[in-house]
Design a protein around this ligand. Structure first.
Ligand code: ADP
Ligand code: MG
Length: 176
């Protein structure tokens, strides 16, 4: 009968559906996230943050906790750790989620390097290089900070060699 479609759907309709369907498997990127705190019960804040990172991806490994004196900063000693997380977020969205976790932990943004209840920094995001006003990856100061390199070596020994640690030998750090 005139006007009635016969047979299978036109190929262009099938192609459109294929393009708009969500993929069954979302690819993930391996990221390393630095966790730090030096206000309130800093150790508890770091433990809570390491658990909260499950909301941004699949946590593959967490480092030991470390205590360090403030580096280029003031205030009480810091507690630091690093987590390895496989995430489906892109780097910008990941940072937004991390900042929400900081805010939920009571983080106040006052001055640069001010004491904080929680600091979450993206150290590495796969092999990505990002350079924008709000996000730089790899984190520009990660290789000069003992409080990053020691915990990073726990979860990624292939990334941190003895030569890296020698560069930060003057920065006292204690494993908790
Ligand atoms: P810091 O961690 O350097 O002590 P903040 O936590 O206050 O300082 O972050 C300051 C700004 O640094 C954030 O608003 C964020 O946009 C920016 N930033 C740039 N690169 C990164 C990164 N790799 N991880 C986290 N924050 C970053
Ligand atoms: Mg930060």
């Amino acid at each position: 009968m005139a006007g009635m479609r016969q047979g299978p759907a036109p190929i262009r309709v099938l192609a459109l559906r294929t393009m708009t369907e969500r993929p069954l498997v979302r690819s993930t990127v391996r990221t390393y996230i630095a966790v730090g705190a030096n206000l309130g019960d800093a150790q508890a804040h770091v433990h809570a943050a390491l658990h909260a990172l499950e909301t941004v991806g699949s946590v593959q490994a967490v480092s030991h906790l470390y205590r360090t004196a403030p580096h280029e900063a003031i205030g009480p000693d810091y507690v630091n750790a690093v987590a390895c997380v496989d995430t489906a977020h892109n780097a910008v969205t990941l940072l937004r989620h991390l900042q929400a976790l900081e805010a939920a932990a009571g983080r106040q943004r006052s001055t640069v390097n001010a004491p904080r209840t929680l600091d979450l920094d993206v150290l590495l995001f796969g092999r990505a290089s990002v350079w924008s006003p709000t996000l730089t990856i790899p984190h520009p100061r990660m290789w000069t900070r003992a409080f990053v390199l020691y915990p990073l070596r726990d979860v990624a020994p292939h990334l941190v060699g003895d030569a890296h640690l020698a560069q930060v030998a003057g920065q006292p750090i204690t494993q908790l």
